[in-house]
Design a protein around this ligand. Structure first.
Ligand code: GLA
Length: 747
């Protein structure tokens, strides 16, 4: 630990006299300081790196505007006119605070004043709460503040990486008093930016159309996204970006903020009357009331900020590298992901051993390595989503020879085996419920809503979590799966825990998700070789935190290629292809009814953790051959797509789309061009590539030879050269949703 040194060579520079803190890695700078007299923290700057100055006073800009003053006889002590690091409630700021504490007296006024700081190597370990890890290339600054009115302490942590343009923040409240205090809000971080000249970008949607990109200019007032569903939710990803109006995918500045958390979250974007933009993220304060007891701490999840002056792609690269290097478990960072066949869309609930084995054999023929048995293997003849969730015992009617027998047969095919669980679901016709009715989430004396015909296990109750753990262990030790899909198909309604006392019901949501993390932690510690895929009706619990435990997630229940293009494009703003479960499915598509070419379905799924979920027994020989090639292609491009830099390209025709992944050494790239609806008698289409070496000669699909500068500045012509074979043009069939893959290799 280093206390109070000031060094220009460090990632964290402290000016002891002026109490200024400057975090910089040469690309980004994050600067804040302690306000003289007020002793509270003031935000100075976040953006492209600037010199480390001994003293920042020449940046002072205090106008004595109207408002209420914190201190008498000074015109500049209104917090409304100061940019703050962690804004407080109820005094002169008048904007949304980062925290709110209710004192035993009932009032909510606190005054946290700067106390001291520490600098440590690495990043904080938050225990079961997902956090950035393997951070040998990082340093963490912790600022301690103490409340004037109590023995409450607040620590604000800031982690900066030497080679990643990311700042990770969180807040820790500690009660060294003998009384209990109520935390009514405890956000992870807040950031005040000096202007409002930004576009706001968010990822929004619903079940089967998750994370579509929305971009609009900022406007005065408070806007909020979030979730009070007990899960991240399909509706709003916790990601928020502020991009300058002229920022494109490859050019211009942008600031990103997201939250490493899977429960109720809340992101606010507030433009005040002076054009200052406050962005804030953390646990939602709706229905949050945490009793901070004597001697206890409350740790908020980590907020992850990112800055790019290389457009939105640059912002995404920062998040992708962070997820791949500092969030996903080391065990799963490099190995090739298996190509899986999931029986869900092939059979739904209607299967027996023979049907499953026939599917597995067909899958083996097209190169799949992993057979995943989805919903319906347990209970008593579960033919729909009603009933029998919670006991997790194999259904003797569907699998009379037992699960072991099926698994042995699958392994005889030289395939791995994976299985589906929905550990949090509970129905009342189970032994688990009959033995422990109080483990059902909700007040039994009131009406409880169902979600997909299920209730939920009270994951705020550690005994219930332990019971689920034992149930899962029993099955796991019996069949030794290589993969587990952990699904969660409903949101929390009528929140109430029979385990918690009356005064702690405001803790249910947070305790619930911590219970989920605890079960994940126990299982992944005991079975480090099992690949977990998280799922929540598709992408309903898709966030940085889930990837800490499960290296991939089912991106969406929607497998239609056209919809997937949009979902995976939006998802890529934050998450790399490596974490996106993406499968090829049948047409007409089960979610949209759309018919898209098999080639396009496979090309799009290849930019993710690849697999299949449809009845392969219905394929023609030609289609089977096509899919065999698609599996091979996934293996061929796996390392490039999983480890490279992913770019969203901007084709000359804005109705089209294109993705590119380049290897970090710029020697190899793959591009997927997506046409959307076919256009008769269309013009010329061009696609400018990016992320290549301008002076390097490349070969495109083993034919054309072009320099990097030609590919990036002139672009790839998408229309073909029909000179002297014009008839081919007129005989070429037009096709909606066509796509093309280009491999670019340095020669
Ligand atoms: C959810 C998942 C699907 C499938 C079904 C099974 O909807 O997202 O992939 O597992 O549940 O019930």
């Amino acid at each position: 630990m280093k206390q109070g040194a000031f060094s220009l060579n460090n990632l964290i520079n402290v000016n002891e006299q002026t109490r200024e803190f400057h975090l910089t890695n040469g690309h980004i700078s994050y600067i804040f300081r302690v306000m003289p007299e007020l002793n509270q923290l003031e935000s100075v700057y976040f953006g492209k790196a600037v010199h480390v100055q001994k003293d920042l006073h020449n940046l002072d800009e205090y106008e004595p505007g109207s408002g209420c003053q914190q201190l008498p006889k000074t015109g500049i002590a209104s917090l409304e006119h100061r940019r703050q690091e962690y804004p407080t409630y109820g005094t002169t700021d008048f904007r949304k605070p980062a925290f709110e504490i209710k004192y035993p007296s009932g009032d909510k006024i606190s005054a946290f004043k700067y106390l001291d700081y520490t600098i440590e190597a690495g990043a904080p370990d938050l225990g079961v709460m997902p956090h950035v890890r393997y951070a040998q290339n990082a340093q963490t600054l912790s600022i301690r503040l103490k409340d004037n009115y109590s023995k409450l302490y607040l620590t604000l942590n800031y982690t900066i990486f030497s080679d990643l343009d990311i700042i990770v923040r969180n807040a820790v409240f500690e009660n060294q008093d003998s009384k209990t205090y109520s935390l009514l809000a405890a956000k992870s971080a807040s950031l005040d930016l000096p202007t409002a000249n930004y576009d706001l970008i968010t990822l929004n949607g619903a079940w089967a159309r998750e994370r579509h990109v929305n971009r609009t200019p900022l406007r005065p007032g408070l806007q909020e996204i979030g979730s009070i569903r007990g899960a991240t939710g399909h509706i709003h990803d916790p990601f928020v970006a502020l991009a300058q109006p002229n920022t494109t995918q490859n050019l211009g500045e942008a600031i990103g903020m997201t939250l490493m958390y899977s429960g109720n979250h809340q992101e606010s974007i507030d433009v005040n009357t002076y054009g200052v933009t406050r962005i804030m993220t953390g646990i939602s304060d709706a229905d949050f009331n945490w009793k901070l007891e004597a001697g206890k701490k409350f740790i908020t999840p980590q907020a992850v900020f990112s800055y790019s002056d290389r457009g939105l792609n640059g912002l995404s690269h920062n998040y992708h590298d962070l997820i791949r290097q500092h969030i996903i478990n080391k065990e799963w960072q490099t190995p090739q992901r298996p190509v899986l066949i999931n029986n869900w869309e092939a059979t739904y609930y209607d299967f027996n051993e023979e049907k499953l084995l026939t599917l597995a054999k067909n899958a083996k023929e097209i190169g799949c390595d992993l057979f995943v048995l989805d919903d319906g293997w347990f209970g008593h003849s579960r033919m729909s989503d009603t009933g029998y969730m919670g006991d997790w015992e194999v259904d003797p009617a569907k699998l009379p020879n037992g699960l072991d027998h099926l698994v042995k047969k699958i392994r005889d095919l030289d395939m791995k085996f994976g299985i589906w669980f929905e550990p949090e679901a509970l129905s009342m016709d189970t032994k688990l419920y009959q033995d422990h009715p109080d483990w059902l989430l909700g007040n039994p004396n009131k009406h409880l809503s169902q979600g997909r015909n299920q209730y939920l296990v009270d994951f705020a109750n550690p005994d219930a979590v332990e019971a689920l753990y034992q149930k899962m262990v029993k099955i796991i030790d019996q069949v030794h799966p290589d993969y587990i899909k952990w699904d969660m198909n409903r949101n929390i309604t009528e929140p109430y825990s029979n385990y918690l006392s009356a005064d702690k019901q405001g803790e249910v949501f947070h305790r619930y998700i911590m219970g989920v993390y605890r079960l994940y932690q126990k299982l992944t510690n005991k079975y480090p070789n099992i690949l977990f895929e998280s799922c929540a009706g598709g992408g309903g619990r898709f966030d940085l935190a889930m990837f800490y435990y499960a290296p991939q997630a089912w991106t969406s229940d929607d497998t239609d290629a056209y919809e997937r293009w949009q979902i995976q494009t939006g998802t890529s703003y934050v998450y790399p292809p490596a974490v996106m479960g993406a499968h090829v499915s049948i047409v007409p598509n089960h979610q949209t009814g759309r018919i898209t070419p098999l080639k396009t379905r496979a090309n799009i799924a290849m930019f993710g953790s690849f697999g299949y979920e449809f009845d392969l027994t219905k394929l023609s020989t030609q289609e089977k051959e096509e899919l065999k090639q698609a599996t091979k292609r996934f293996h061929q491009f796996h390392d490039l797509i999983f480890n490279g830099d992913f770019y969203r390209l901007e084709p000359s025709n804005p109705k089209h789309g294109a993705w590119q992944v380049s290897s970090k050494d710029k020697k190899h790239a793959v591009v997927c061009y997506f046409y959307g609806l076919s256009e008769p008698n269309h013009g010329y289409y061009h696609l400018k590539l990016t992320g290549l070496d301008p002076d390097q000669l490349y070969e495109v699909n083993d034919k054309r030879r072009l320099y990097g500068d030609e590919l990036m500045n002139i672009g790839l012509p998408l229309t073909e050269d029909y000179h002297k074979h014009e008839d081919d043009y007129w005989s070429k069939p037009m096709m909606d949703f066509d796509s093309k893959l280009f491999e670019i290799k340095a020669i």
